[in-house]
Ligand binder design. Structure first.
Ligand SMILES: [Zn+2]
Length: 283
């Protein structure tokens, strides 16, 4: 998409899994991980050869065989490659590193093998692409070669959460709701991949309540500020809640309300849904 300027070079996928179909993508960029954003992409697989997404030099390797008494932390065995101009890529949970642990790498260097080390459930490669020397995480799907994807995102129900109840509002029919104040509203959106349990992720989420200005959230990059990662300047709790996408506290009016929601994936597939709420405002 070319949305991120100053790419040092052409990037490639670190694992060849039938490109351009790209099978095995289980988690994507910016999704909710309980209390933080997922900062990269996961590709399922064990002992797959991993090659760097671009030429560069090893910035750091952590390999249990080299340092058997050091405890394995979250990333497990991992490699970070420096691509110049502040661009880095990282590869986590490796079964082991490749033979080379330092010096230059190119498109043919095997830097490691996918595994299940560190904080990982099921063998997979977690990889991230960052710029600004690690202070900005970029959605890999923006800078990597495009993949086949004909599945538009699927927009599910709204969830309105009060201190005592959770109300589910399905699309396409009028729902009557009584509200004692403006409560947070969440929405279920998924973007299925080619196989079961795979997932490409929402790239853009837009919503418009009645004639209010449209709100937009773009899953393009995460930027760290004072130790907190933000997406489009929004903290994690503003973007997600209950593992769902947060639309914030919507200012419903008394009577009929129309909420239009648009979800777009990285390949440009788009879904649009309308919710009709008959609101009885008690405040
Ligand atoms: Zn991951």
């Amino acid at each position: 998409m070319g949305l991120i300027a100053e790419e040092p070079t052409q990037f490639n996928w670190p694992i060849n899994r039938g490109f351009p179909e790209l099978r095995g993508l289980t988690s994507t960029f910016g999704e909710s991980r309980e209390d933080h954003f997922h900062n990269g992409v996961d590709i399922a697989g064990l002992n797959d050869e991993i090659k760097p997404i671009a030429p560069g030099t090893f910035l750091f390797t952590r390999n249990a065989e080299d340092d058997p008494f050091a405890p394995l932390i979250g990333p497990g065995n991992f490699v970070i490659v420096d691509h110049g101009k502040g661009w880095w890529s990282g590869y986590y949970h490796l079964a082991k590193s490749g033979k080379a642990r330092s010096g230059p790498v190119d498109a043919n260097t095997v830097i490691g093998y996918s595994g299940n080390t560190g904080h990982s459930v099921g063998a997979h490669l977690h990889f991230f692409i960052s710029k600004d020397y690690g202070k900005t995480m970029v959605n890999p799907l923006i800078v990597l070669p495009g993949t086949v994807d004909q599945n538009p995102p699927e927009i599910g129900a709204l969830t309105i959460v009060t201190p005592t109840t959770k109300t589910s509002v399905p699309p396409g029919k009028v729902s009557r709701v009584r509200l004692s104040q403006a409560f947070p509203v969440y929405i279920t959106v998924t973007d299925p991949g080619l196989e079961r349990n795979t997932n490409r992720g929402v790239y853009e989420l837009r919503w418009k309540l009645n004639s209010a200005p449209e709100e937009v959230r773009t899953f393009q990059k995460l930027v760290v500020h004072d130790g907190e990662w933000k997406l489009d300047g929004k903290a994690f709790d503003d973007v997600f809640g209950l593992g769902l996408y947060s639309l914030g506290k919507l200012g419903f009016q008394n009577g009929t309300n129309t909420l239009r929601v648009v979800a777009v994936d990285q390949a440009g597939n788009k879904s649009e849904t309308e919710f009709q709420l008959d609101v009885q405002r008690m405040y």
